[in-house]
Ligand binder design. Sequence first.
Ligand SMILES: *[C@@H]1O[C@H](CO)[C@@H](O)[C@H](O)[C@H]1NC(C)=O
Ligand SMILES: *[C@@H]1O[C@H](CO)[C@@H](O)[C@H](O)[C@H]1NC(C)=O
Ligand SMILES: *[C@@H]1O[C@H](CO)[C@@H](O)[C@H](O)[C@H]1NC(C)=O
Ligand SMILES: *[C@@H]1O[C@H](CO)[C@@H](O)[C@H](O)[C@H]1NC(C)=O
Ligand SMILES: *[C@@H]1O[C@H](CO)[C@@H](O)[C@H](O)[C@H]1NC(C)=O
Length: 398
Amino acid sequence: MKMAFRLRSLLCGVLMSDQEARAVCRHTRVLYSLKALLLMLAAVLIFELYASVAHQWLPPSYEPENVPGKLLPAKPEKKQILLITYGRSGSTFTSAIISHPNSVFYTAEPLHRMPDSYGIYDRPLPERTRLKALDMIRAFLECDFRAIDPQTYSSIMFLSSNSTYDFKRCIENQKKAGVSYVGCFLHMWDLCTASNVTYVKTIRVRMWWAAWFLDRMPNLKVLFLIRDPRATLYSQAANFQNFDPNKSAAPKSKEFCDEVRGDVSSFQNLSSLYPGRLMAIRYEDGAVEPMRFAKNIYKFLGNEFDRDMEEFVTRIVSSSKSGKKLEENSYGYEKKNSTATMNRWRKKAEFKTVQAFDESCKDLYPLFGYRQIDSDELLKSDSSLLTSPSFHGFFKPL
Ligand SMILES: *[C@@H]1O[C@H](CO)[C@@H](O)[C@H](O)[C@H]1NC(C)=O
Ligand SMILES: *[C@@H]1O[C@H](CO)[C@@H](O)[C@H](O)[C@H]1NC(C)=O
Ligand SMILES: *[C@@H]1O[C@H](CO)[C@@H](O)[C@H](O)[C@H]1NC(C)=O
Ligand SMILES: *[C@@H]1O[C@H](CO)[C@@H](O)[C@H](O)[C@H]1NC(C)=O
Ligand SMILES: *[C@@H]1O[C@H](CO)[C@@H](O)[C@H](O)[C@H]1NC(C)=O
């Protein structure tokens, strides 16, 4: 039954573009040509065969039915990293730092194109959907790609990681079908199983969900990335067009900071339940002191910070690429001057809007070390909005 479903969804994704697949997969009246069907069947058989063989190579702790740690793993144990944050909070920059070594397999936003039928954007979110979302993230963290719905791969986010870029380009190539399509998967699978760290970054998971992963994966660590909520909200309005800051600053910021408050509370509870496995980081600390920021993260993860990393961090915070080229790409991680980038939102911001944001979020500022903005002069100036030193308090490195 499960196999039949997987087979059908694979076929749907293979023969058509994403949009077509969505339409067609709902209407079974479509007939495939016999030739394509046979080719697909052969491909799926090879894929499943490889899957069953490859599965035996994985350490026993990767068998979902085994209690982690019950058996000695056959290979050095892998590490998993989960970064939880909000849209436009500096996660591209932070993820570039974490994912730079080739030994890290990085998946950006695995829930970005979860099948609509799962209702990931329904409010309230059905528990069934939440569990599916958790399992999909688990699948990326454990290189268990068979468990993933092919519709997920339509996400453009697969292009933003070097680990998944080739795969995305490979399946986009419509001429490729059948065995070569399966080849795209096998290549990604090889990359993932050969890595010693798997890393997932997501804005679609709430902090309390992390308990599920911390419980199952003894080597997993969680990073919680925070940015000034006013900068995050402004950048979301500009880049996602998810609200009009002139009209709905108050309700939108209330909704957002309620979510942050809940995440902070869960983060604090989980930190005492799983000591040493969660760390909060502040985007502004990364913009002002990128090298220390990067080193703190690597120390927390227990990964080696070598010469190559040092050069990489230096390169991405003081890029030699043309300013225009960098400005056009608001999702890029290379900046001419990371401190200037951090403050750019202030020049365009309306004081009235910022006041509304502050009203919804100001109770969080003492914890995060942000200054309330009481005048338009302060807003438009270059004065720092930070009230606590870098890497301090809630953001003290472990
Ligand atoms: C991804 O690969 C490109 C090309 O090799 C490289 O320039 C870039 O720095 C890599 N990205 C990261 C985050 O290391
Ligand atoms: C991961 O693998 C690389 C080689 O691919 C190695 O240099 C590095 O030390 C390994 N890291 C860990 C944490 O095992
Ligand atoms: C908000 O209002 C200001 C002036 O009051 C205007 O310049 C700006 O374009 C408006 N923003 C949007 C998104 O409508
Ligand atoms: C965290 O723990 C406190 C005290 O036990 C509790 O009141 C609070 O509801 C918990 N928060 C979350 C989000 O679970
Ligand atoms: C980066 O920008 C900040 C603030 O805009 C400025 O103080 C600093 O001198 C700049 N750094 C460089 C290297 O240009």
